[in-house]
Structure formats: structure tokens, C-alpha cells
Ligand binder design. Structure first.
Ligand SMILES: [Zn+2]
Length: 271
């Protein structure tokens, strides 16, 4: 069994703040990346116990150089650094049997901890084929394109609900309960470790029930930006459609081309 893990930081237990904890200049960033490394290690350990023979971890936050390689579980290979064409999903392919999201957060506009969708500075909402999605949905679509099901999503309770709504088969591991966008009731690291190992084993043992998330062709990504100036920037991309002053869409025959369009529109929105 081959397992692909995409690991973000905002959903890690203990992480509730973007300035001090999730940006590399933050005073508590070093601690946050330690916690991130520990959470991904627990999921790797669970995967090993469930019989995984190959595990690829893709560091998926910010610079994508957060996970401490000197501390990562020896059963995994770490994909570190950016930019990467598939971003948070770089490394996924048809060869994998299961995909797991660790340290993930809920979509922009939801009451989860540090909720955002790709770019907190520019994106208000993203829909794929008229389904409102966060990073969980967008990345599950990439896994689905390669025929790989997302079996487990780890983060706060709001994220767990978002994931279940989209992927009814998915297992969730709740490591913190959102009290607000910048506050949460957090499980301590030792307890988090137990929860993540157990959830990973359960998710991988019921892999037969998991279904890859496949979107019908053509695939349309629609972005509502936070202001009209950002949408004007995005609309410079050829073949986009302006739906209203803040909303731009792009349609392609296949999911991966549509996803590349999504990334390009967000990049162009900022100037
Ligand atoms: Zn992140």
C-alpha cells in the first residue's frame, strides 16, 4: 500500500495564530513546525501499522519548508520546498492507494481556526462546478483525478464537518475544537498522537469504502475575490469569464487544466 500525505500547519493542535505561529518570522514558528512534524509523524506511524510500504509526505504550508527532516519518521520520504506545479498535492499519482490531509483548515468564511482558501489576502470563496469548496475539496479533486481517495482529514471540528459534507466516506481526526477564528480548545500533543495513530489505522483499514472524488467534465472554477480590483487582475487571464465585479470563472475540459487556471487567476489577482 502506498500512502500520500499533504501536510499544512493551520490545523495542527496548538496553532491558532497566523502572525506568531504560521509565518516563518513568527516568534512561535519554530514550536509550531515541531508540532506539525509530530502530527505528520503520528499519521506516518499509523500508516506503517496499517501496512503502508511507501509513504510520501508533501509539505504544503507557505514556503513548504516547515517539516523538520531531521525529525521525520524514517518510513516516509519528504517532499519539501516550493514552488511546485501541483502545490499542496505535488507528488500524487495513480500509484497511490490513499491520500491523507494533516494539519488542514476549513474554508474561508467558515468559523474554523485560521479559516482561508489558498490566499487569505485575496480569495473570499471558491466553487468547483458550483460546489463551494476549501482546500480539502480542491485537493481531493486532484487526488480524484488520479483515482486516489482521500481517506482521512485531520484538523479542527469545523474542518471535519466540511470534509464529511463533501466526502461522506472520509474519516476525520479532530485535534482541536474551534472557539473562534483565532482560538481553540486543543488536545495536548500526547493525546493528539494517540488520536492520529488510531484514526489513520481505522481509515486505512476501511480503504475499500473510500471513493475518489471525481468531478464531471467540463470543470469550472469560480472565484469570488475580496474586492473588485483583485477580480480585475484575475480577469486578465485568457478565457476567463467575469460574472460580477468580484467573481471570475474559468472552465476547462479536465480537472488539472482547470486547477492550473485557478492558481493562475489567484496569482494574477495580486498584480
Ligand atoms: Zn497553510
Amino acid at each position: 500500500m502506498k500512502v500520500f500525505i499533504s501536510c499544512d500547519i493551520e490545523g495542527v493542535s496548538g496553532v491558532v495564530d497566523s502572525r506568531d505561529q504560521t509565518s516563518s518570522e513568527g516568534k512561535d514558528y519554530q514550536r509550531a513546525r515541531e508540532l506539525m512534524t509530530q502530527e505528520v509523524n503520528s499519521v506516518i506511524e499509523g500508516a506503517v501499522q496499517a501496512g503502508a510500504k511507501e509513504i510520501l509526505v508533501n509539505d504544503s504550508h507557505g514556503s513548504m519548508r516547515n517539516i523538520l527532516i531531521e525529525k521525520i519518521h524514517p518510513a516516509a520520504t519528504l517532499l519539501t520546498g516550493s514552488p511546485k506545479p501541483l502545490s499542496m498535492m505535488q507528488g500524487i499519482s495513480e500509484e497511490f492507494d490513499a491520500c491523507i490531509f494533516v494539519g488542514y483548515h476549513s474554508r474561508m468564511g467558515s468559523p474554523g481556526v485560521l479559516s482561508h482558501t489558498i490566499s487569505g489576502a485575496s480569495v473570499a470563496d471558491i466553487w468547483v462546478n458550483d460546489i463551494l469548496v476549501g482546500e480539502t475539496g480542491i485537493n481531493a479533486g486532484i487526488a480524484g483525478f488520479y483515482g486516489v481517495p482521500v481517506v482521512l482529514v485531520c484538523g479542527d471540528d469545523v474542518l471535519a464537518q466540511e470534509a464529511k459534507q463533501l466526502l461522506p466516506h472520509v474519516h476525520t481526526a479532530v485535534v482541536k475544537e474551534a472557539v473562534g477564528r483565532y482560538a481553540a480548545k486543543c488536545l495536548p500533543p500526547q493525546k493528539v498522537k494517540e488520536v492520529l495513530i488510531k484514526s489513520t489505522i481505522q481509515a486505512l483499514e476501511s480503504i475499500e469504502e473510500a471513493v475518489p472524488w471525481l468531478l464531471e467534465s467540463p470543470v469550472t472554477f469560480k472565484i469570488r475575490f475580496k474586492d473588485s480590483g483583485l477580480a480585475e487582475g484575475a480577469a486578465r487571464m485568457p478565457y476567463t469569464e467575469v460574472l460580477d465585479p468580484r467573481t471570475v470563472s474559468f472552465t476547462a475540459d479536465d480537472y488539472m487544466t482547470a486547477f492550473m487556471g485557478l492558481r493562475s487567476m489567484i496569482a494574477l489577482s495580486r498584480g
